[in-house]
Design a binder for this molecule. Sequence first.
Ligand code: FES
Length: 401
Amino acid sequence: MNEMMRDIRVPEDWDRSGLPGWCYHSPALLELEKQHVFREHWQIACHVSDVAEPGDYRTMDVIGERALVLRTQDGDIRAFHNICRHRGSRLVADESGHCRNALVCPFHGWVYNLDGTLRGAARPQSFPPLDKQEFALKPLECEIWQGFVFIRFAPGPQPSVAELMKPFEAELAHYRSADMVPAGGMWTQETPVNWKSVRDVDNEGYHVAMAHPALQDLYGSTYYDEPFVDGLCRSFATYNPHAGRRWSVRHYVNISPENPDLPAPLRKAWIYFGIFPNAVIAVTPETVQFYQEFPLGVGRTLLRGGIYRRREETRAHRLARYLACRIDRDTQAEDVQLTIWSNEAMTSDAFAGFYLSDLEYGVRTHHDHLRKALPVVTLDEAPGETEMAAINAHMAKGDQP
Ligand code: FES
């Protein structure tokens, strides 16, 4: 066993099936997922360097919610619903930007301080006196962990981010991700599949040998997946001793300078830290990035992420980062195609469900987490759309459907 590997083994006799096909195209289930899987679990909004200066902000419109993350005058990072307390307008419309020392609602001009308190309404004499706290922006739970800004839209079963991420804390600390700066900015992309099809592909490395020639060249059989346990999974790979059949991989392995800040086993490693339900923090010796997915509809998903680098970089680091991004970009395009082919089967009566390899145990354990969050997905046949929420609530209490 690799010295960095957690001792998590695949059980001898496990159920190799995945979620039934109906779970990938049910509008009623999607509404339950938005609440119990997405709003009630921590989500990565951005990195601290995306809101570097007081007044800098980022917005995140996902799962029917609008989040606003901003740096206050005293340097703290706070998160609010991007909803004016007057009539609910967006306070800021852009994905990112800067406001001087206040947020001014574009509808009627109410003004908020950067700590969220109401500074004043436009034409205040037309209202009774307005309490600055009572009419403050609604806060969101917000926690910074190793430079990543996590938010939560509703209370849920996970502990604090610090507690949740404890198993990754020591290993990721080597990368000093909190000190990093944006490398090319955050990105989004839409893809025409159910969000779970994206995660199903990302949660296993069984497909790497066949579908990702560059990754196979780079790390091939050194790659292994650890399944989801208590909301976290991890995948680890080191460079192949003979990597380099492909141009980008050959140059990446040759150029990539050894990072002396990292312990020896991490100097030639790519690691993926998975966070239930929908996010990954991935590290290479040059970069730290996050990526995640959010449902836009039953068959439409928003992919979102950001990539960060060290503040000081040598030319070799920059080149290596460029080549690593090239490998990643090819891999992502290949994954998008695989998710489409996998997802389109879900509406066919001929689809008999997954039959998973031991190397896909991560898919099973992610589904197990979904089964726990939403017991209705354990049903082989789709319940009626109108009864879905009631049946799930019933099953969550431990009752039979
Ligand atoms: Fe914001 Fe009216 S909705 S000021």
